[in-house]
Design a protein around this ligand. Structure first.
Ligand SMILES: [Zn+2]
Length: 276
C-alpha cells in the first residue's frame, strides 16, 4: 500500500530530513557532508515565511529586479576546435568553477522558468553552485510531496528541514513556484551525485490520491520540464526524466504509481519540440 499514515504531517514525507548522502550509501537522510558547504550560515535567520517571501518577490518585481537569466549551456562553438579540444576546454572550465570558489552572478528574484513565482527556499536546504559550469545537469527528478502546495513551500523555507526542490507545481491550476535556482544544488534526491546533476520538481498531492494529478498540473509541469531540457540539453526520455523512486539507493514511492509516465513524456516531448 502506498497510503501514508502521516498524511497530515506538516512536512513532505518523502524527504523528511536532510536529503543528501555522501556517497549514495543508502542513507538518503544523512546530514549534508562537510564537503558541501550550505550557505545558510546562521541557521534560522534566512528563512522568511511564505508571506514575507512573496512580498520580497513582489518588491523585487516592482524594482525591476526580475530578469530572465540566460543560461550558457555550452552552445558556443569555437571555430576550428575539434571534438577533443572542445570537450577538454569544457572539462577545464568545470574544474575551475568547482574549485575556484567563484560564484556565478545572481539577482534576487530572478527565475529560470518564465512565469514562475520566486519563493526562495532556506539557504540551509541547498548548496550554492554554478551549474552547468561546475556540474553538468542531465536529469529531471519528478516528486510528489505527500503534502499540499502551501505546506511544501513552508517546509522548504524551514532551515531545519534540510531538503528542497527547485520547483513546486500546484495541483489546482498548475502554478509554478521556483524555490532554488537551477544554478544551485537542491537537496531532493537523497543521493548527492544525483542532486548535483539534476533539477527536482514537487507536484502537490499524495501518491494514493490521483485526483491531485490534474491536467493543469501535468501540462504546467510538461512546459516546465521542456524548458529545463532545452536549457541544459537534456534528452526527453525516461532515462533522463525519472521519478524519485528510480534514483539509485533510494527507497521511496514518490511520485507514486498513478503518475502517467507515457502520457507525461509525450506532453514534455511535444512542448520541447515546440521550443525548436
Ligand atoms: Zn520525492
Amino acid at each position: 500500500m502506498d497510503r501514508e499514515p502521516e498524511r497530515d504531517a506538516a512536512r513532505p514525507r518523502h524527504d523528511g530530513g536532510p536529503d543528501e548522502s555522501a556517497a549514495g550509501d543508502g542513507a538518503p537522510h544523512a546530514p549534508e557532508p562537510a564537503g558541501g558547504t550550505p550557505t545558510g550560515g546562521a541557521a534560522g535567520r534566512d528563512a522568511p515565511g511564505p508571506r514575507r517571501a512573496r512580498r520580497d518577490a513582489e518588491r523585487e518585481k516592482r524594482q525591476g529586479g526580475v530578469s530572465r537569466r540566460a543560461l550558457l549551456t555550452g552552445a558556443v562553438v569555437l571555430g576550428g576546435a575539434g571534438a577533443f579540444g572542445y570537450s577538454r576546454r569544457d572539462e577545464l572550465e568545470r574544474w575551475w568553477w568547482r574549485y575556484s570558489g567563484a560564484a556565478a552572478p545572481r539577482v534576487e528574484g530572478e527565475v529560470d522558468h518564465v512565469g514562475a513565482e520566486w519563493i526562495p527556499a532556506s539557504g540551509a536546504n541547498l548548496r550554492r553552485a554554478s551549474r552547468p559550469r561546475d556540474f553538468g545537469v542531465d536529469r529531471v527528478v519528478v516528486h510528489m510531496p505527500e503534502a499540499t502546495y502551501d505546506v511544501t513551500l513552508k517546509v522548504f523555507q524551514d532551515p531545519s528541514h534540510r531538503a528542497s526542490t527547485h520547483y513546486v507545481v500546484r495541483s489546482g491550476d498548475g502554478h509554478v513556484a521556483q524555490m532554488v535556482r537551477e544554478l544551485d544544488v537542491a537537496y531532493h534526491a537523497g543521493n548527492r551525485a544525483f542532486n548535483e546533476r539534476s533539477v527536482g520538481i514537487e507536484h502537490e498531492g499524495w501518491a494514493d490520491q490521483p485526483e491531485y494529478l490534474t491536467e493543469a498540473m501535468y501540462m504546467s509541469s510538461a512546459v516546465l520540464v521542456a524548458g529545463i531540457c532545452a536549457r541544459h540539453g537534456i534528452p526527453v526520455d525516461r532515462d533522463h526524466i525519472v521519478g524519485h523512486r528510480e534514483v539509485p539507493d533510494v527507497v521511496r514511492i514518490c511520485p507514486g504509481s498513478a503518475w502517467e509516465w507515457d502520457r507525461y513524456i509525450e506532453m514534455v516531448r511535444s512542448e520541447r519540440d515546440a521550443l525548436g
